[in-house]
Design a protein around this ligand. Structure first.
Ligand SMILES: Cc1cc2nc3c(=O)[nH]c(=O)nc-3n(C[C@H](O)[C@H](O)[C@H](O)COP(=O)(O)OP(=O)(O)OC[C@H]3O[C@@H](n4cnc5c(N)ncnc54)[C@H](O)[C@@H]3O)c2cc1C
Length: 403
C-alpha cells in the first residue's frame, strides 16, 4: 500500500437506519488512468445460432438463481440455468460470503425454511460450523459470549447463523439442480435480452463458442445486478451514500494455517494489546480488516476492507477494486503473520472469484436496483429488530422485483 494515500475511515454504526455496522474506507487515488475511448462503434447485425429452447431460463447461479431453478424444475418446467462463472452459489460461494446470516428469531425458532434448509441439511458436518440446535435462542451468557465471537450470537442470544465450506456448497447446489433435471450452462455471460411483445423471451449470451441465443417462455433475472431487466428497458433505481456500508465494495479472502481459537482469545481477553495491534494495523496498512471465523478453526475469513465510491457497473472501478484487493490480501497476510497471535503459520489461499457487491455494496453510485437500497437498509433494520431473519426476506424481496 506504499504509494496509496492514507484512506479516510468512516465508522458506520448500527442504528434505526443502518442494518450493518462497519468501517468504510474512502480514497480517490486510482492506479490506472480512465480508459481513453471516445465516440461509438456501430456493431453490424448478424445471424447467431440458437443454442437451446426451454420453458424457464434462469440467468445467474447465485442463491436466488439456484433456488429459482430448483423450484421451477420441481414444478415440472424444462429449466436452463446460465452462470458466467464455473460454479453455483454466487456470492455465497465464489464471493466467500460463507456466513449464512441469522435463520432463527430471537426465541431460537427457525424462521427461514424451504430450499435454504434443504441445502444446509445436505452439508456434511465437517463443512458446517455453528451452534447445536439445542442452543438456538439460548441467553446463557457463556454460550452467547462463545458464539458471539463466532458470528452466531447477537444481543446476548445464540442464533443459527452457520459458516460453511464454499466448495461443498457449490457441489451440493449443483447436484440438487442436476437431480431435478436442470440444464446447467457455465462460463456463459448473458449479454442482451430477447424482447418480444413487451416481455423477455430469451437472451443472447457470450461464451468461448461466440455469441448464441437461448429462447425461453419465462426468463428469471437473478444476476444480482439486474443485467437482464435493465437491458430490457425495465425501470430501475439507483442510489449511493458513500458513508453507507451497503454502498462499499470489496473482494473477500481467507487465510489458512490459522489458530482461530487463539486469535479469538487474544481479541477477547487482551483488549489493550488488541487495541494496540489494531492501531498498528491501521498505521501500516491503511485499509485494515480484522478476520471472522470460518467453517474451520484453521481458516480465517476477511470480508473486507470495504471501499466506497466504486461502482459494480463500471469496468475501471472493478479493475481498481481488484488491483487493490490483491494487494490487501498480501499485506494483511504479511501483517497478521508478523503480529497477530494465532497467525504465526498463516498462508494465503485462493481469493474470492467475485467481489462482494450486493447489499454491503459494490452497489455504488450506478447500482441498478428496482427498489432503493436506502429503503432496503431501513426495512432490514426494522425486520432485524422485530426478530425476523433477513436472509429469506432478502431473497423474497429480490425475487419479487425481478423479471
Ligand atoms: C457477511 C455477509 C453476510 C450476508 N448474509 C446474507 C444473508 O444472510 N442473507 C442474504 O440474503 N444475503 C446475505 N448477504 C448478501 C449475499 O451475499 C447476497 O444476498 C446473496 O449472495 C444474493 O444472492 P443472489 O443470487 O441474488 O446474487 P449473487 O450471489 O450475486 O449471484 C448472482 C449470480 O449471477 C451471476 N451473474 C451476474 N451477471 C451475470 C450475467 N450477465 N450472465 C450470467 N451470470 C451472471 C454471478 O456470477 C452470480 O453467480 C451477506 C453478505 C455478506 C457480506
Amino acid at each position: 500500500m506504499a504509494e496509496e494515500e492514507t484512506p479516510k475511515i468512516q465508522q458506520v454504526r448500527q442504528s434505526e437506519d443502518r442494518f450493518l455496522a462497519s468501517d468504510v474506507f474512502e480514497t480517490n487515488r486510482r492506479q490506472l488512468p480512465r480508459a481513453n475511448g471516445t465516440g461509438t462503434y456501430l456493431e453490424p447485425a448478424r445471424e447467431i445460432p440458437v443454442y437451446h429452447n426451454c420453458d424457464v431460463l434462469v440467468v445467474g447461479g447465485g442463491p436466488s438463481g439456484t433456488a429459482a431453478a430448483w423450484a421451477a424444475a420441481q414444478a415440472g418446467a424444462d429449466v436452463v440455468l446460465m452462470e458466467r462463472y464455473n460454479h453455483l452459489g454466487g456470492l455465497s460461494t465464489g464471493g466467500l460470503v460463507i456466513w449464512i446470516d441469522r435463520m432463527t428469531d430471537w426465541t431460537g425458532r427457525q424462521v427461514i425454511q424451504g430450499f435454504a434448509v434443504d441445502v444446509l441439511d445436505r452439508m456434511p458436518a465437517e463443512g458446517l460450523a455453528g451452534p447445536p440446535r439445542a442452543d438456538w435462542g439460548s441467553k446463557d451468557p457463556k454460550k452467547a459470549s462463545y458464539w458471539g465471537q463466532r458470528t452466531a450470537a447477537s444481543h446476548g442470544i445464540v442464533n443459527w447463523s452457520p459458516t460453511l465450506d464454499p466448495e461443498r456448497l457449490k457441489l451440493i447446489s449443483q447436484e440438487m439442480l442436476l437431480e431435478k433435471g436442470v440444464r446447467l450452462v457455465f462460463h456463459s455471460w448473458a449479454a442482451v435480452p430477447i424482447v418480444a411483445d413487451g416481455a423477455v423471451k430469451g437472451v443472447v449470451f457470450e461464451s468461448k463458442a461466440g455469441r448464441q441465443a437461448i429462447h425461453a417462455k419465462v426468463v428469471v433475472d437473478t444476476t444480482g445486478d439486474g443485467d437482464v431487466f435493465a437491458r430490457a428497458g425495465a425501470e430501475f433505481d439507483t442510489d449511493i451514500e458513500e458513508g453507507d456500508v451497503h454502498h462499499s465494495a470489496n473482494t473477500a479472502f481467507v487465510l489458512g494455517g490459522v489458530d482461530m481459537d487463539r486469535w479469538l482469545a487474544f481479541r477477547a481477553n487482551e483488549p489493550e494489546q488488541y487495541a494496540q495491534f489494531a492501531a498498528l494495523g491501521r498505521e501500516r496498512l491503511g485499509f485494515f480488516q480484522p478476520p471472522y471465523v470460518s467453517w474451520r478453526n484453521d481458516i480465517a475469513l476477511f470480508l473486507g476492507p470495504r471501499q466506497s465510491g466504486l461502482s459494480a457497473l463500471d469496468v475501471d472501478d472493478m479493475t481498481e477494486l481488484e488491483i487493490r484487493s490483491h494487494r490487501f490480501m498480501q499485506t494483511h497476510c504479511d501483517f497478521f503473520l508478523a503480529h497477530a497471535p494465532g497467525f504465526e503459520r498463516a498462508y494465503s489461499r485462493p481469493r474470492a472469484a467475485q467481489p462482494v457487491g450486493r447489499w454491503r455494496g459494490a452497489a455504488g453510485r450506478d447500482r441498478r436496483e428496482p427498489v432503493r437500497l436506502a429503503q432496503i437498509s431501513r426495512d432490514l433494520g426494522a425486520l432485524w429488530r422485530a426478530g425476523a431473519a433477513p436472509a429469506g426476506w432478502l431473497a423474497r424481496r429480490r425475487a419479487s422485483h425481478q423479471l
